[in-house]
Design a protein around this ligand. Sequence first.
Ligand SMILES: Nc1ncnc2c1ncn2[C@@H]1O[C@H](COP(=O)(O)OP(=O)(O)OP(=O)(O)O)[C@@H](O)[C@H]1O
Length: 345
Amino acid sequence: MTESLLSVRDPLLSVRDLRVSYQVGRNFVHAVDGASFDVPKGSITGLVGESGCGKTTIARALTRVMADNASISGGQILFDGKDLAKIPEREMNALRWRDIAFVPQSAMNSLDPVYTVEYQLGEVLRRRGGLDRRQARARCEELFEMVGIDPGRLTDYPHQFSGGMRQRVAIALALALNPKLIIADEPVTALDVIVQRQILDQLKELQERLGLSVILVTHDISVVAYICDRTVVMYAGKVAESGTMQATLTAPSHPYSMGLRNAFPDLQSAAAGILTPIEGAPPNLANPPAGCRFKQRCPFALDLCGAEPPVIEVAPGHPVLCHRAKESAALRIDAARTETWMASA
Ligand SMILES: Nc1ncnc2c1ncn2[C@@H]1O[C@H](COP(=O)(O)OP(=O)(O)OP(=O)(O)O)[C@@H](O)[C@H]1O
Protein backbone atom coordinates (compact mmCIF):
# COMPACT_ATOMS: atom_id res chain seq x y z
CA MET A 1 0.00 0.00 0.00
CA THR A 2 1.57 3.30 -1.04
CA GLU A 3 1.92 6.40 1.14
CA SER A 4 -0.71 8.29 -0.88
CA LEU A 5 -3.34 5.72 0.10
CA LEU A 6 -2.84 6.34 3.80
CA SER A 7 -3.56 9.99 4.19
CA VAL A 8 -3.42 10.38 7.96
CA ARG A 9 -1.54 13.58 8.71
CA ASP A 10 1.24 13.24 11.28
CA PRO A 11 0.33 9.75 12.58
CA LEU A 12 1.63 8.44 15.90
CA LEU A 13 2.26 5.03 14.39
CA SER A 14 2.64 3.93 10.78
CA VAL A 15 2.70 0.27 9.91
CA ARG A 16 4.04 -0.38 6.42
CA ASP A 17 3.91 -3.70 4.58
CA LEU A 18 4.38 -5.58 7.86
CA ARG A 19 5.02 -9.31 7.62
CA VAL A 20 5.04 -11.61 10.61
CA SER A 21 5.53 -15.38 10.36
CA TYR A 22 5.45 -18.34 12.72
CA GLN A 23 7.76 -21.23 12.09
CA VAL A 24 6.05 -24.58 12.62
CA GLY A 25 8.50 -27.38 11.90
CA ARG A 26 9.86 -26.62 8.46
CA ASN A 27 6.84 -24.58 7.46
CA PHE A 28 5.91 -20.96 7.96
CA VAL A 29 2.50 -19.55 8.81
CA HIS A 30 2.41 -16.04 7.34
CA ALA A 31 0.02 -14.68 9.94
CA VAL A 32 0.48 -11.06 8.86
CA ASP A 33 1.19 -10.75 5.18
CA GLY A 34 1.86 -7.18 4.12
CA ALA A 35 -0.27 -5.05 6.47
CA SER A 36 -0.21 -1.24 6.22
CA PHE A 37 -2.18 1.24 8.30
CA ASP A 38 -1.78 4.45 10.30
CA VAL A 39 -2.77 5.25 13.87
CA PRO A 40 -3.46 8.98 14.31
CA LYS A 41 -2.57 10.77 17.53
CA GLY A 42 -5.40 10.90 20.08
CA SER A 43 -7.58 8.31 18.39
CA ILE A 44 -8.99 4.86 19.07
CA THR A 45 -8.24 2.55 16.17
CA GLY A 46 -10.11 -0.75 16.04
CA LEU A 47 -8.24 -3.71 14.60
CA VAL A 48 -11.10 -6.03 13.73
CA GLY A 49 -11.63 -9.40 12.07
CA GLU A 50 -12.50 -13.01 12.82
CA SER A 51 -10.42 -15.28 15.00
CA GLY A 52 -7.18 -16.29 13.29
CA CYS A 53 -6.93 -13.32 10.91
CA GLY A 54 -3.72 -12.00 12.53
CA LYS A 55 -4.91 -9.30 14.94
CA THR A 56 -3.06 -10.54 18.02
CA THR A 57 0.02 -11.23 15.90
CA ILE A 58 0.06 -7.58 14.78
CA ALA A 59 -0.61 -6.29 18.30
CA ARG A 60 2.25 -8.34 19.70
CA ALA A 61 4.59 -7.41 16.84
CA LEU A 62 4.00 -3.72 17.66
CA THR A 63 5.29 -4.33 21.19
CA ARG A 64 7.75 -7.02 20.06
CA VAL A 65 6.48 -9.32 22.79
CA MET A 66 6.04 -12.28 20.48
CA ALA A 67 5.88 -16.07 20.66
CA ASP A 68 9.27 -17.79 20.46
CA ASN A 69 8.54 -19.13 16.97
CA ALA A 70 7.39 -15.73 15.63
CA SER A 71 9.49 -13.29 13.65
CA ILE A 72 8.99 -10.03 11.83
CA SER A 73 9.99 -10.99 8.30
CA GLY A 74 9.50 -7.62 6.62
CA GLY A 75 8.08 -4.12 6.70
CA GLN A 76 8.27 -1.19 9.07
CA ILE A 77 6.63 -0.08 12.33
CA LEU A 78 7.33 3.65 12.49
CA PHE A 79 6.83 5.26 15.90
CA ASP A 80 8.35 8.52 17.11
CA GLY A 81 11.05 8.52 14.44
CA LYS A 82 12.04 4.90 15.11
CA ASP A 83 11.37 1.70 13.23
CA LEU A 84 10.22 -0.67 15.97
CA ALA A 85 10.64 -3.60 13.59
CA LYS A 86 14.40 -2.99 13.57
CA ILE A 87 15.59 -1.28 16.76
CA PRO A 88 17.65 -3.40 19.20
CA GLU A 89 15.77 -5.20 21.98
CA ARG A 90 17.37 -2.92 24.62
CA GLU A 91 15.88 0.16 22.92
CA MET A 92 12.52 -1.57 22.48
CA ASN A 93 12.46 -2.56 26.13
CA ALA A 94 12.94 1.07 27.13
CA LEU A 95 9.83 2.00 25.11
CA ARG A 96 7.56 -0.62 26.69
CA TRP A 97 5.29 0.76 29.44
CA ARG A 98 6.75 4.27 29.01
CA ASP A 99 5.62 4.85 25.41
CA ILE A 100 3.66 1.78 24.43
CA ALA A 101 1.69 -0.32 26.91
CA PHE A 102 -0.13 -3.56 26.28
CA VAL A 103 -3.37 -4.83 27.81
CA PRO A 104 -3.51 -8.56 27.05
CA GLN A 105 -6.58 -10.62 26.15
CA SER A 106 -7.25 -11.74 29.69
CA ALA A 107 -6.41 -9.38 32.54
CA MET A 108 -5.21 -12.42 34.48
CA ASN A 109 -2.38 -12.63 31.94
CA SER A 110 -1.04 -9.29 33.09
CA LEU A 111 -1.65 -9.87 36.80
CA ASP A 112 0.20 -12.32 39.00
CA PRO A 113 -2.24 -14.14 41.33
CA VAL A 114 0.26 -14.38 44.20
CA TYR A 115 0.90 -10.65 44.68
CA THR A 116 -1.42 -7.82 45.70
CA VAL A 117 -2.39 -5.41 42.98
CA GLU A 118 -0.58 -2.59 44.77
CA TYR A 119 2.65 -4.58 44.76
CA GLN A 120 2.35 -5.26 41.03
CA LEU A 121 1.51 -1.67 40.11
CA GLY A 122 4.25 -0.50 42.45
CA GLU A 123 6.81 -2.76 40.76
CA VAL A 124 6.18 -1.08 37.40
CA LEU A 125 6.22 2.39 38.94
CA ARG A 126 9.42 1.82 40.92
CA ARG A 127 11.42 -0.31 38.50
CA ARG A 128 10.32 1.25 35.24
CA GLY A 129 9.27 4.70 36.35
CA GLY A 130 11.94 5.33 38.99
CA LEU A 131 9.38 6.37 41.65
CA ASP A 132 10.18 5.89 45.33
CA ARG A 133 7.84 3.96 47.64
CA ARG A 134 5.76 6.98 48.68
CA GLN A 135 5.41 8.35 45.18
CA ALA A 136 4.44 4.90 43.92
CA ARG A 137 1.75 4.58 46.60
CA ALA A 138 0.28 7.97 45.64
CA ARG A 139 0.35 7.09 41.94
CA CYS A 140 -1.33 3.71 42.64
CA GLU A 141 -4.17 5.55 44.38
CA GLU A 142 -4.42 8.03 41.53
CA LEU A 143 -4.52 5.21 38.95
CA PHE A 144 -7.25 3.34 40.84
CA GLU A 145 -9.33 6.51 41.01
CA MET A 146 -8.80 7.04 37.28
CA VAL A 147 -10.24 3.62 36.46
CA GLY A 148 -13.08 3.94 38.96
CA ILE A 149 -11.93 1.55 41.72
CA ASP A 150 -11.81 2.45 45.40
CA PRO A 151 -8.08 2.84 46.30
CA GLY A 152 -8.90 0.95 49.50
CA ARG A 153 -8.84 -2.18 47.34
CA LEU A 154 -5.21 -1.77 46.30
CA THR A 155 -4.13 -4.37 48.84
CA ASP A 156 -6.49 -7.00 47.36
CA TYR A 157 -5.25 -9.92 45.26
CA PRO A 158 -6.39 -10.26 41.63
CA HIS A 159 -8.83 -13.11 42.42
CA GLN A 160 -10.70 -10.80 44.80
CA PHE A 161 -11.83 -8.62 41.87
CA SER A 162 -14.65 -9.35 39.43
CA GLY A 163 -13.74 -9.89 35.76
CA GLY A 164 -14.68 -6.31 34.87
CA MET A 165 -12.66 -4.87 37.75
CA ARG A 166 -9.64 -6.99 36.84
CA GLN A 167 -9.84 -5.51 33.37
CA ARG A 168 -9.90 -2.02 34.93
CA VAL A 169 -6.82 -2.96 36.96
CA ALA A 170 -5.09 -4.10 33.74
CA ILE A 171 -5.94 -0.71 32.21
CA ALA A 172 -4.55 1.06 35.30
CA LEU A 173 -1.36 -0.96 34.91
CA ALA A 174 -1.09 0.06 31.26
CA LEU A 175 -1.62 3.74 32.19
CA ALA A 176 0.98 3.63 34.98
CA LEU A 177 3.78 5.47 33.17
CA ASN A 178 1.66 7.74 30.94
CA PRO A 179 2.27 5.94 27.63
CA LYS A 180 1.43 7.56 24.30
CA LEU A 181 -0.10 4.39 22.91
CA ILE A 182 -2.09 1.62 24.56
CA ILE A 183 -2.68 -1.62 22.69
CA ALA A 184 -5.63 -3.49 24.19
CA ASP A 185 -6.23 -7.03 22.93
CA GLU A 186 -9.91 -8.01 23.25
CA PRO A 187 -10.22 -6.09 26.54
CA VAL A 188 -13.95 -6.75 26.98
CA THR A 189 -14.54 -10.04 25.19
CA ALA A 190 -15.10 -12.23 28.25
CA LEU A 191 -17.44 -9.74 29.96
CA ASP A 192 -21.20 -9.35 29.84
CA VAL A 193 -22.64 -6.56 27.70
CA ILE A 194 -23.36 -4.15 30.57
CA VAL A 195 -19.81 -4.44 31.95
CA GLN A 196 -18.42 -4.24 28.39
CA ARG A 197 -20.09 -0.87 27.96
CA GLN A 198 -18.83 0.40 31.31
CA ILE A 199 -15.23 -0.56 30.49
CA LEU A 200 -15.43 0.86 26.97
CA ASP A 201 -16.94 4.12 28.28
CA GLN A 202 -14.13 4.34 30.82
CA LEU A 203 -11.48 3.67 28.19
CA LYS A 204 -12.93 6.34 25.92
CA GLU A 205 -13.12 8.86 28.77
CA LEU A 206 -9.49 8.22 29.73
CA GLN A 207 -8.33 8.29 26.11
CA GLU A 208 -9.94 11.70 25.61
CA ARG A 209 -8.84 13.13 28.94
CA LEU A 210 -5.23 11.98 28.62
CA GLY A 211 -4.96 12.52 24.85
CA LEU A 212 -3.92 8.88 24.41
CA SER A 213 -3.91 6.79 21.27
CA VAL A 214 -5.40 3.34 21.59
CA ILE A 215 -5.34 0.31 19.32
CA LEU A 216 -8.27 -1.87 20.27
CA VAL A 217 -8.08 -5.44 19.00
CA THR A 218 -11.49 -7.07 18.72
CA HIS A 219 -13.45 -9.62 16.71
CA ASP A 220 -16.63 -7.67 17.46
CA ILE A 221 -17.54 -4.97 14.96
CA SER A 222 -20.15 -3.54 17.34
CA VAL A 223 -17.36 -2.72 19.81
CA VAL A 224 -15.59 -0.82 17.03
CA ALA A 225 -18.78 1.03 16.12
CA TYR A 226 -19.31 1.95 19.78
CA ILE A 227 -15.91 3.38 20.65
CA CYS A 228 -13.48 3.66 17.73
CA ASP A 229 -12.64 6.62 15.49
CA ARG A 230 -10.86 4.49 12.93
CA THR A 231 -11.07 0.92 11.71
CA VAL A 232 -8.56 -1.53 10.28
CA VAL A 233 -10.46 -4.59 9.00
CA MET A 234 -8.22 -7.66 8.75
CA TYR A 235 -8.86 -10.83 6.83
CA ALA A 236 -6.49 -13.78 6.54
CA GLY A 237 -3.34 -11.82 7.39
CA LYS A 238 -4.13 -8.84 5.19
CA VAL A 239 -5.82 -5.48 5.70
CA ALA A 240 -9.09 -5.71 3.78
CA GLU A 241 -10.04 -2.10 4.37
CA SER A 242 -9.10 0.82 6.62
CA GLY A 243 -10.31 4.34 7.27
CA THR A 244 -12.50 6.33 9.59
CA MET A 245 -15.05 4.31 11.54
CA GLN A 246 -17.87 6.16 9.78
CA ALA A 247 -16.50 5.43 6.32
CA THR A 248 -15.65 1.79 6.93
CA LEU A 249 -18.67 0.73 8.97
CA THR A 250 -21.48 2.98 7.78
CA ALA A 251 -20.45 2.51 4.17
CA PRO A 252 -18.12 -0.52 4.08
CA SER A 253 -16.46 -1.08 0.73
CA HIS A 254 -14.96 -4.55 1.17
CA PRO A 255 -17.48 -7.43 1.02
CA TYR A 256 -15.88 -8.90 4.16
CA SER A 257 -16.62 -5.70 6.13
CA MET A 258 -20.17 -5.75 4.75
CA GLY A 259 -20.53 -9.32 6.03
CA LEU A 260 -19.05 -8.50 9.43
CA ARG A 261 -21.51 -5.66 9.85
CA ASN A 262 -24.42 -8.08 9.30
CA ALA A 263 -23.02 -10.61 11.74
CA PHE A 264 -22.97 -8.59 14.99
CA PRO A 265 -25.72 -6.98 17.08
CA ASP A 266 -25.55 -3.28 17.83
CA LEU A 267 -23.97 -2.71 21.26
CA GLN A 268 -26.05 0.45 21.68
CA SER A 269 -29.48 -1.01 20.96
CA ALA A 270 -31.00 -3.63 23.23
CA ALA A 271 -33.08 -5.07 20.38
CA ALA A 272 -31.15 -7.62 18.36
CA GLY A 273 -31.90 -7.30 14.65
CA ILE A 274 -31.53 -10.18 12.20
CA LEU A 275 -27.94 -11.40 12.30
CA THR A 276 -26.48 -12.97 9.19
CA PRO A 277 -23.28 -14.96 9.64
CA ILE A 278 -20.62 -15.22 6.96
CA GLU A 279 -20.66 -18.92 6.14
CA GLY A 280 -17.42 -20.89 6.07
CA ALA A 281 -14.11 -20.11 7.75
CA PRO A 282 -10.99 -18.08 6.93
CA PRO A 283 -8.33 -19.97 4.93
CA ASN A 284 -5.41 -21.80 6.50
CA LEU A 285 -2.58 -19.27 6.59
CA ALA A 286 0.03 -22.02 6.22
CA ASN A 287 -1.25 -22.40 2.66
CA PRO A 288 -3.48 -19.45 1.70
CA PRO A 289 -5.32 -19.45 -1.62
CA ALA A 290 -3.98 -17.45 -4.56
CA GLY A 291 -5.69 -14.18 -5.42
CA CYS A 292 -8.32 -12.70 -3.09
CA ARG A 293 -8.31 -14.64 0.17
CA PHE A 294 -12.00 -13.93 0.79
CA LYS A 295 -13.20 -15.19 -2.59
CA GLN A 296 -14.50 -18.61 -1.40
CA ARG A 297 -16.86 -16.90 1.07
CA CYS A 298 -17.67 -13.80 -0.95
CA PRO A 299 -21.10 -13.55 -2.57
CA PHE A 300 -19.68 -11.09 -5.10
CA ALA A 301 -16.63 -13.10 -6.25
CA LEU A 302 -15.94 -13.16 -9.99
CA ASP A 303 -13.32 -14.99 -12.05
CA LEU A 304 -11.02 -11.99 -11.78
CA CYS A 305 -10.86 -12.53 -7.99
CA GLY A 306 -8.48 -15.43 -8.70
CA ALA A 307 -5.84 -12.73 -9.27
CA GLU A 308 -4.19 -10.73 -6.46
CA PRO A 309 -6.59 -7.84 -5.65
CA PRO A 310 -5.36 -4.24 -6.01
CA VAL A 311 -5.57 -1.67 -3.24
CA ILE A 312 -8.16 0.86 -4.41
CA GLU A 313 -8.71 4.15 -2.62
CA VAL A 314 -12.50 4.57 -2.64
CA ALA A 315 -12.16 7.93 -0.86
CA PRO A 316 -9.14 9.81 0.46
CA GLY A 317 -7.63 7.76 3.29
CA HIS A 318 -9.97 4.80 2.68
CA PRO A 319 -8.01 2.02 0.93
CA VAL A 320 -9.80 -1.23 0.05
CA LEU A 321 -8.19 -4.50 -1.04
CA CYS A 322 -10.81 -5.66 -3.54
CA HIS A 323 -11.14 -5.96 -7.33
CA ARG A 324 -14.72 -4.66 -7.08
CA ALA A 325 -14.14 -1.79 -4.63
CA LYS A 326 -15.38 0.79 -7.15
CA GLU A 327 -18.76 -0.99 -7.27
CA SER A 328 -19.12 -1.00 -3.49
CA ALA A 329 -22.20 1.26 -3.36
CA ALA A 330 -24.18 -1.26 -5.43
CA LEU A 331 -22.71 -4.28 -3.60
CA ARG A 332 -23.72 -2.78 -0.26
CA ILE A 333 -27.38 -2.86 -1.26
CA ASP A 334 -27.17 -6.59 -2.04
CA ALA A 335 -24.99 -7.27 1.01
CA ALA A 336 -27.76 -5.97 3.31
CA ARG A 337 -29.99 -8.91 2.20
CA THR A 338 -29.66 -12.18 4.16
CA GLU A 339 -30.33 -14.19 0.95
CA THR A 340 -27.17 -12.78 -0.62
CA TRP A 341 -25.05 -14.53 2.00
CA MET A 342 -27.06 -17.73 1.97
CA ALA A 343 -26.58 -18.04 -1.77
CA SER A 344 -22.79 -18.02 -1.39
CA ALA A 345 -22.76 -20.76 1.25
N1 LIG B 1 2.62 -19.53 18.13
C1 LIG B 1 2.05 -19.81 16.95
N2 LIG B 1 2.57 -20.74 16.14
C2 LIG B 1 2.02 -21.02 14.94
N3 LIG B 1 0.95 -20.39 14.44
C3 LIG B 1 0.39 -19.43 15.20
C4 LIG B 1 0.89 -19.09 16.49
N4 LIG B 1 0.12 -18.10 17.01
C5 LIG B 1 -0.82 -17.82 16.08
N5 LIG B 1 -0.67 -18.63 15.00
C6 LIG B 1 -1.47 -18.62 13.76
O1 LIG B 1 -1.39 -17.31 13.20
C7 LIG B 1 -2.63 -16.94 12.64
C8 LIG B 1 -3.08 -15.60 13.22
O2 LIG B 1 -3.33 -15.79 14.61
P1 LIG B 1 -3.71 -14.58 15.58
O3 LIG B 1 -3.80 -15.12 16.97
O4 LIG B 1 -2.83 -13.45 15.32
O5 LIG B 1 -5.16 -14.21 15.06
P2 LIG B 1 -6.28 -13.35 15.77
O6 LIG B 1 -6.98 -12.66 14.68
O7 LIG B 1 -5.71 -12.53 16.85
O8 LIG B 1 -7.20 -14.48 16.40
P3 LIG B 1 -7.68 -14.67 17.92
O9 LIG B 1 -8.70 -13.60 18.13
O10 LIG B 1 -8.25 -16.04 17.91
O11 LIG B 1 -6.45 -14.52 18.77
C9 LIG B 1 -3.59 -18.09 12.88
O12 LIG B 1 -3.59 -18.91 11.71
C10 LIG B 1 -2.96 -18.83 14.03
O13 LIG B 1 -3.27 -20.21 13.99
